[in-house]
Design a protein around this ligand. Structure first.
Ligand code: MLT
Ligand code: MN
Ligand code: ZN
Length: 306
């Protein structure tokens, strides 16, 4: 199983178009050691031809241009994207569906009922796409039965309901529903290796910790270093927790969570990184702290073989 990071940034990307925080300004003018990052998405494949797109980011076209493997060019109109799986209905994870409207067939989309509901109401992308390629609804039932996706033969997919947040335009923003956000545990049956992916992780419930303990690769919520990061910079009134994200530093933060996993050799990688997060600076003190804990920071194009 091959996992390619198409986009490692949180909503807004890095640099964010209208942001002049130290990181965004610094990466724009080259005064800090950091690389730009596009918005949150992975591509997963077994044969390198058929890919499951996990989240359709607003940057999907740039991501496809940067990853020619996803364009196998077998016929006049072609794509390596065999299906899309959505982990929530947030703008950074679903807007790219609009960019896939020229698809030759109905686009198979895997999502929970809660996400399908948001995509038919608060963000009615399903109705919009019905005027173009159309979509094929595949429901992620959250009934513990592993998901079989034809594009990924030999990969067992377990979807875990997560405690995080539905988007601001969701009818259930303030009345959370099971399935508003999910995490994924992907097992490659041949190697027996597992990857856990959760770009939005607000709280660590026991079933989530269990899944994380079973993973050889962890790609987890790296949105913010401190809970009040955006507030301190004067950029927002929301904490990381308000947005459904667990900050990295401090007691009970993501570093502590990852430290407590007792699986020697597991790779721990932070992903979905907000542009304000100091871990984006390659030679900064926060990055040294992460290195001391054996934690890596995802970048676009990073690839894992499991
Ligand atoms: C989030 O995960 O909270 C989003 O990236 C926020 C956003 O897109 O505005
Ligand atoms: Mn996001
Ligand atoms: Zn910024």
């Amino acid at each position: 199983m091959k996992i390619r990071v198409l986009g490692s940034s949180a909503g807004g990307g890095f640099p964010q178009w209208n942001c002049n925080c130290g990181n965004c300004r610094g990466v724009r003018n080259g005064s800090i050691a950091a690389r730009p990052r596009t918005q949150s998405s992975l591509a997963v494949s077994v044969d390198g031809l058929s890919w499951l797109l996990v989240n359709a980011s607003p940057d999907i076209l740039a991501q496809l241009a940067a990853n020619p493997e996803l364009q196998p060019a077998r016929q006049a109109r072609d794509t390596g994207i065999a299906a899309v799986l959505l982990m929530d209905a947030q703008i950074d994870h679903v807007t790219g569906l609009l960019m896939l409207r020229e698809n030759s067939a109905r686009l198979p989309i895997y999502a929970t009922d809660a996400v399908w509901q948001d995509l038919s109401t608060g963000f009615p992308v399903v109705s919009i796409l019905s005027h173009y390629c159309g979509v094929e609804r595949r429901t992620i039932a959250l009934d513990d039965a592993p998901l079989e996706i034809p594009a990924l033969p030999g990969v067992r997919i377990e979807a875990l309901p997560l405690s995080s947040k539905a988007p601001p335009y969701s009818p259930h923003r303030n009345a959370p529903e099971r399935g508003d956000n999910i995490g994924l545990l992907l097992t490659a049956n041949d190697s027996g290796k597992r990857a856990f992916y959760a770009p939005g992780l607000g709280a660590l419930e026991p079933h989530v910790r269990d899944a994380m303990r079973r993973a050889d690769l962890l790609l987890v919520d790296g949105t913010m270093w401190t809970d009040d990061e955006m507030i301190r910079l004067g950029l927002s009134k929301k904490t990381a927790a308000d947005m459904g994200h667990l900050a990295q530093s401090g007691p009970g933060g993501m570093i502590d969570v990852l430290d407590a996993l007792d699986r020697p050799g597991a790779r721990k990688v932070l992903i979905h990184i907000n542009n304000t997060n100091p871990i984006l600076v390659d030679d900064g003190p926060e990055r040294r702290t992460l290195a001391q804990h054996g934690i890596e920071v995802a970048h676009d194009g990073m690839t894992f073989e499991l």
